[in-house]
Design a protein around this ligand. Structure first.
Ligand code: NAP
Length: 295
């Protein structure tokens, strides 16, 4: 079997176009320019690239992009002051703080300070709780994007066995919750899970969010399964260069799976598209307007 390759760029491109239309509609019908903010603390090169790409994507979709860069030496209080400023800024409908932050700035303190209505990363306890309760909130972007990719190949997931490897608050936990909400039977695996290969072999849907290059092997994959590779790992490549690979040994798994996402070009592009989508959703809700059905 050779798996269908689920192209994140295509799915994300289509979503970005719908977001752009919705943003234009908010502007023309209601005079609202959707604002998306990002706070970056420090000079981590990977984080700088992510933040730059988010700004470019926001502007391309017609959003007002606000980028706040703080030095790595910033105190937690200084970061929280910027969070409070964006919470209060009516031109910014959603924002995120790029993690990881330097060690003196606690991630939980930052998350707890974000207004849940503007929490486009879906990290606050309020939004996490709303997701668990099956109620309307803002859902973490990477799992939202991953679910959209799964639905590209199968619309009705009810009754399927899903295994999510990883239990982070950013990816694994909300991913599992989204799949529960789709009526899948979900197992969340992590570093203490026993006999992970055998568990994975039962999965109709296998999501890998681990952060270990090529960790999931082809013989862990159930024939015909949908495999979503969230991992982004930089490894040594040819001629002294580096390259990106996922958590799944792609060539092996693609020989067994029914459908699979590549790295790069899979879940990554979807994450940014879902971030823009969340900003538009937040803007609609803050103005008591319905969220466009196309989103
Ligand atoms: P994380 O917070 O480090 O969580 C990794 C998870 O993997 C943990 O739950 C950990 O288990 C589990 N794990 C580690 N080693 C394992 C093992 N040997 N067997 C089974 N489980 C194991 O990472 P994250 O933020 O969720 O991100 C995961 C990956 O996704 C990373 O590569 C990251 O770069 C990527 N990512 C991609 C996007 C995107 O846009 N595509 C967005 C976010 C993250 P424990 O809990 O037991 O430690």
């Amino acid at each position: 079997m050779t798996a269908t390759r689920i192209e994140g760029k295509d799915v994300a491109g289509a979503l970005k176009a719908r977001v752009k239309d919705a943003a234009a509609q908010l502007k023309s019908a209601h005079g609202i320019t959707v604002g998306l903010g990002v706070i970056l603390v420090g000079e981590d090169p990977a984080s700088e690239v992510y933040v730059r790409n988010k700004g470019i994507a926001a502007r391309e979709a017609g959003l007002h992009a606000v980028e706040i860069k703080l030095p790595a030496s910033s105190t937690e209080a200084e970061v929280l002051a910027e969070v409070a400023r964006l919470n209060a800024d009516p031109s910014v409908h959603g924002f995120l703080v790029q993690f990881p932050t330097p060690p003196q700035v606690r991630q939980t303190a930052v998350i707890d300070a974000i207004d849940p209505a503007k929490d486009v990363d879906g990290l606050t306890a309020t939004n996490a709780g709303l997701l668990v309760s099956g109620r309307e909130g803002l859902v973490s972007c990477t799992p939202s994007g991953a679910l959209m990719m799964i639905k590209q190949v199968k619309a009705d997931l009810a009754g399927l066995d899903a295994v999510v490897i990883g239990r982070s608050i950013l990816v694994g936990r909300p991913m599992a919750q989204l799949l529960i909400n789709e009526s899948c039977t979900v197992t969340t695996a992590h570093s203490r899970t026993r006999d992970l290969p055998a568990l994975c072999r039962r999965a109709d849907i296998l999501v890998a969010a681990i952060g270990k290059p090529n960790f999931v092997r082809g013989d862990w994959v159930k024939p015909g399964a949908i495999v979503i590779d969230v991992g982004i790992n930089r490894i040594a490549g040819e001629n002294g260069k580096t390259r990106l690979v996922g958590d799944v040994a792609y060539a092996e798994a693609a020989g067994v799976a029914g459908a699979i996402t590549p790295v790069p070009g899979g879940v990554g592009p979807m994450t940014i598209a879902c971030l823009l989508r969340n900003a538009v959703i937040a803007a609609c809700r803050q103005n008591n307007l319905p969220v466009p059905a196309a989103l």
